[in-house]
Ligand binder design. Structure first.
Ligand SMILES: O=C(O)CCC(=O)C(=O)O
Ligand SMILES: [Fe+2]
Length: 236
């Protein structure tokens, strides 16, 4: 990646999926990836929240319908937020101010979901430590599907994704527009992925059709803007 990244952003648009997805391979260097893994893994234990199928760290505040009360983000994370800012996908009023760190062991994943109204509708995700495959579903198909059957997607198995993307180590994914609002995204709970031609960004990846990629521990940084609380301090 060159420093003047916004000039080249167009060449990273994935045209085979609904608008709008950018996938930027080698967005960070191997040294930066190593740095992220070290920092995440040396965070104090209480910073982690353990869920059934992944664990996470929340930085920047707790997003809230009435606006987020901001907390200071450590400098090592601000470095990557600045790096994303140089792409000029966010503007001054919606600069990223929140980072969710997710850790997935092989066989772990995240249920299809939308990131919802608590965030400005642009998501930027850096992938470290392992590849994964991100699956997209049309919103109505999955919702109808689970509603009709009266159970959750995990109990039932999912309809076929409408698109899949391979997220390789050191890459950046940018999701916005219809892919934010009208699609769900998720990661299935697998220990390896078979690469086939249904993956829509393979031309930007190192992997080739036919590869069987074993997953190892993946750390992702999901960097977003959560609108701030506009609460006025009456007494100061
Ligand atoms: O780990 C990822 O790439 C996806 C994370 C995600 O979808 C989220 O945190 O909302
Ligand atoms: Fe998400």
């Amino acid at each position: 990646m060159t420093e003047n990244m916004n000039m080249n952003l167009e060449s990273y648009v994935i045209t085979e999926v609904p608008p709008k997805v950018h996938y930027i391979p080698n967005f960070i260097t191997p040294e930066e990836e190593e740095n992220i893994l070290n920092k995440v893994n040396s965070s104090p234990k209480p910073k982690w929240t353990q869920l059934r199928n992944r664990r996470l760290q929340n930085w920047g505040g707790v997003p809230h319908p009435n606006g987020m009360i901001s907390e200071k983000i450590p400098e090592w994370l601000e470095f990557y937020m600045d790096k994303i800012n140089k792409l000029a996908v966010y503007n001054q009023s919606n600069r990223p101010n929140h980072v969710l760190v997710n850790e997935y062991l092989p066989g772990q994943g995240i249920m299809p979901h939308t990131d919802g109204p608590l965030f400005h509708p642009i998501v930027t995700t850096i992938t470290c430590g392992s590849h994964t495959v991100l699956e997209f579903y049309e919103r109505h198909s999955t919702e109808d599907f689970t509603k009709d059957q009266g159970c959750t997607t995990s109990e039932l198995g999912l309809p076929k994704p409408c698109a899949t993307l391979l997220l390789e180590r050191q890459s950046l994914l940018i999701l916005q527009e219809d892919m934010y609002h009208r699609h769900l995204h998720g990661i299935s709970e697998q220990t390896q992925d078979t690469i086939d031609e249904t993956i829509k960004n393979l031309h930007l990846c190192q992997a080739k059709v036919g590869d069987e990629l074993k997953r190892s521990t993946r750390i992702s940084l999901t960097i977003r803007n959560a609108p701030k609380s506009t609460k006025i301090k009456l007494f100061s």
